[in-house]
Ligand binder design. Structure first.
Ligand code: GLU
Length: 510
């Protein structure tokens, strides 16, 4: 059977990096097995639906280079790929479960359910569930009988359909990561399968669609493990047990201190992104920053995610997409949660910046540095990028580290020159600038030679002149080789900066 995997997000907001990791593992598995990767939008919960979230998810996947083979946008042989558009299909399967006695109608109002939860709770902390112990006390087809049930339905009484969990049955599941897992069915509640609005819940829809879409392997977050027995039973009750996908419940991505699941709030609190891309909540207009906008390269982001919970058994950390496809295996995914480490994420990005050619880097950095309208020369940017990339970790760093190539900087660290400034140095720069003005060549090697010779003539050491020269050109004590900077900004600009600085440094201004 052809391998078919799916990412099945609910369009409820920003895409958490854990979600992107699920996409990635799906994608790698599909590619390695010459299979297909499907994007299915699970939008049956109308109360949680958020405008724009579906498009946002697709944009995130495109940014990461993890494009699905079938999706609501692309279509495919199993369309539609949005559960809300498949609404009618689920009724048929709910009916099958009702007919075989594995599901029942329930007419309880929210208030009645609330009351039951409180009245029958075993301790003050945990409310009672709607399960085999309490269903007998409620208004459902099991307690009301066939006739009354038919009457209520014909009168239009709102109802839901619930699964009837079996008593004291051990439900078994073989997970690709965790191995054999057993659940005691009596601890699981009678989950709603079909809601009063006619929409299926996730539990029914996920089983029906995984079956109809011929999904062979289902990878999802560990938080779904408690629901797994319900799903296994539904596969069995619908008569599809031999077609059930192989499950893999992926470990959580944890807060940096390892204490619980990493949430958007942790990102806000600790100053790092948790979503793949910027997300603006359409209701509150609140914007949450994403990895993309913070200046991560998608390849670095993806590589970092691959390593959050997996390794190939060696110390290798940098993998191209081709290598990941060749080496990734679900069985090697760790059982335990993976701590998120933002410094490590930045390390990956730094590594990818070093590996990327200057033309591509300039393209990537461009959106982050054109904002002020100062950078208009892409050719220059390519050269600049090559000079400063070893100092850059995130894409906006190219502006921080290289703005002075495009604009005359302020002499921010003038104080550092003034500390050791004297007439002799003033003389040196004045005369050397004049010499430079008439130089026949303009390259860093010749410039350095002339600088050294000139220093000797003035009885000065090169070392005491380099820092002032750097600050004159850059405004601060940072940047790549100072002669390389001068070569790139050109003769006119170099002289302008030296002369401007000298004016500010004149002894009478000391
Ligand atoms: N719609 C579920 C979610 O948003 C999908 C879980 C699954 O992959 O089965 O997490």
């Amino acid at each position: 059977m052809k391998v078919r995997v799916r990412f099945a997000p609910s369009p409820t907001g920003g895409l958490h990096l854990g979600g992107v990791r699920t996409v990635l593992y799906n994608y790698l598995f599909a590619r390695a097995n010459k299979g297909e990767f499907i994007l299915r939008i699970e939008d049956t919960d109308q109360t949680r639906f958020v405008e724009g979230a579906e498009q946002y998810i697709m944009d995130c996947l495109a940014w990461c280079g993890l494009e699905p083979d079938e999706s609501p946008l692309k279509g495919g042989p199993f369309a539609p790929y949005r559960q809300s558009e498949r609404k009618e299909m689920y009724h048929h399967y709910a009916q099958m479960l009702l007919d075989s006695g594995h599901a029942y109608y329930a007419f309880d109002t929210p208030e009645e359910i609330e009351k039951m939860r409180k009245d029958h709770r075993k301790d003050e902390y945990t409310n009672a569930q709607y399960d085999q112990n309490t269903r007998v006390l409620m208004r459902n087809s099991l307690t009301l009988g066939q006739e009354e049930t038919a009457r209520l339905i014909s009168e239009g009484t709102p109802y839901v359909v619930r699964i009837k969990m079996p008593e004291h049955t051990t439900v078994k599941l073989t997970d690709m990561i965790r191995g054999e897992i057993s659940f005691d069915s009596s601890l699981v509640d009678d989950k709603v399968l079909l809601k009063a609005d006619g929409m299926p819940t996730y539990h029914l829809a996920v089983v029906v669609d995984d079956y109809l879409m011929e999904i062979t392997h289902a990878f999802r977050g560990e938080e779904w493990l408690p629901s797994a027995p319900v799903h296994v039973l539904l596969w069995e009750y619908l008569g599809w047990k031999d077609r059930m996908p192989q499950w893999a419940h992926l470990p959580l991505i944890l807060k940096p201190d390892g204490n619980g699941k990493l949430s958007k709030r942790d990102g806000d609190r600790l100053g790092f992104p948790v979503f793949a891309m910027n997300w603006t909540d359409p209701k509150t207009n609140e914007e949450t920053r994403g990895f993309r906008e913070m200046g991560f390269m998608p390849q670095a982001f993806v590589n970092m995610l691959a390593m959050l919970g997996w390794n190939d058994g060696t110390a290798q950390e940098l993998f191209s997409m081709e290598e990941l496809i060749a080496k990734f295996s679900i069985e090697r995914v760790h059982k335990g949660g993976a701590k998120f480490d933002f410094e490590k994420a930045k390390w990956f990005n730094h590594q990818y910046i070093q590996k990327t050619d200057n033309e591509t880097l300039a393209e990537l950095a461009w959106p982050f540095i054109v904002e002020g309208g100062v950078v208009t020369n892409k050719e220059l940017l390519v050269k600049v990028v090559g000079l400063i990339k070893d100092r850059c970790t995130l894409l906006p760093d190219f502006w921080e580290q290289g703005h002075f190539f495009f604009e005359t900087p302020e002499l921010r660290e003038k104080g550092a020159i003034l500390e050791k400034w004297n007439d002799q140095k003033q003389q040196f720069f004045t005369t050397w600038a004049a010499e430079l003005a008439s130089a026949a060549t303009w390259n860093q090697a010749d410039m350095e030679t002339s600088f050294n010779e000139h220093a000797t003539k003035h009885g000065l050491k090169k070392g005491e002149l380099m820092l002032p020269f750097r600050i004159m050109l850059v405004g601060g004590k940072y940047g790549p080789g100072v002669f390389a900077i001068a070569e790139l900004i050109g003769k006119e600009e170099t002289l302008k900066r030296i002369n401007q600085a000298l004016e500010q440094l004149l002894p009478n201004q000391l």
